[in-house]
Ligand binder design. Structure first.
Ligand SMILES: [Zn+2]
Length: 198
């Protein structure tokens, strides 16, 4: 992760926390109008590709986390199999003395768009924004299987929570998607995990 990314994380991370909401109505990428936030997408995201419609959960597949597991007790939902695996993982973490909390889960295209637009209003360049957040339609948070963990300690990669996740997350089917020096050209996101399978 470069120094610039480290500096901008607190601002957008806070934004994600304040804008992540559980929306029962699904907004498909293909139904969104083309906006200024969608026309210029870095080649990294083009290579990763859009989240296919079939990988997006139906509202009935989403389960809301108990509020005490979410940072600041906000509403966060996950796809149900990811939810079950997450609860098991958090229980094991707690047994090991690691107090993991969730900062973000399912995120609709509408929320993703709001986050990008807010950062544009903060006078960030779109190319910089897309180094640390996916364009509308490209975020794995759209699948309901992605989780951002939170820690009061910063930076996340220096926390005992991250050390624990590195060793244990695979056992529960979670993978650090944008690991350090990943081949996708996306900034290192030590807090972002996707549920794959067990
Ligand atoms: Zn994330």
């Amino acid at each position: 992760m470069d120094n610039q990314s480290v500096r901008i994380i607190p601002a957008w991370y806070h934004l994600i926390l304040s804008t992540t909401v559980f929306l029962p109505i699904q907004v498909k990428a293909s139904t969104l109008p083309c906006t200024s936030t969608e026309v210029r997408i870095s080649s990294s995201w083009v290579n990763i590709g859009r989240v296919p419609d079939e990988n997006q959960p139906k509202p009935s597949d989403l389960v809301e986390l108990p509020r005490e597991l979410s940072l600041n007790r906000e509403r966060i939902a996950l796809e149900k199999n990811s939810y079950i695996a997450l609860l098991e993982m958090l229980a094991k973490a707690e047994k090991d003395g690691i107090y993991l909390r969730v900062a973000s889960g399912f995120r609709s295209n509408r929320t993703q768009k709001k986050i990008i637009e807010s950062r544009l209003k903060g006078h960030e360049y779109l190319d910089d924004i897309y180094r640390s957040i996916a364009p509308v339609g490209y975020s794995t948070h759209l699948t309901g299987k992605a989780v951002d963990f939170a820690s009061v300690e910063q930076p996340f990669e220096s926390t005992s929570a991250y050390e624990w996740l590195k060793i244990n997350s695979n056992n529960f089917g979670f993978k650090e998607t944008y690991y350090k020096n990943n081949p996708y050209g996306i900034s290192w996101e030590p807090w972002h995990y996707d549920f794959t399978s067990r």
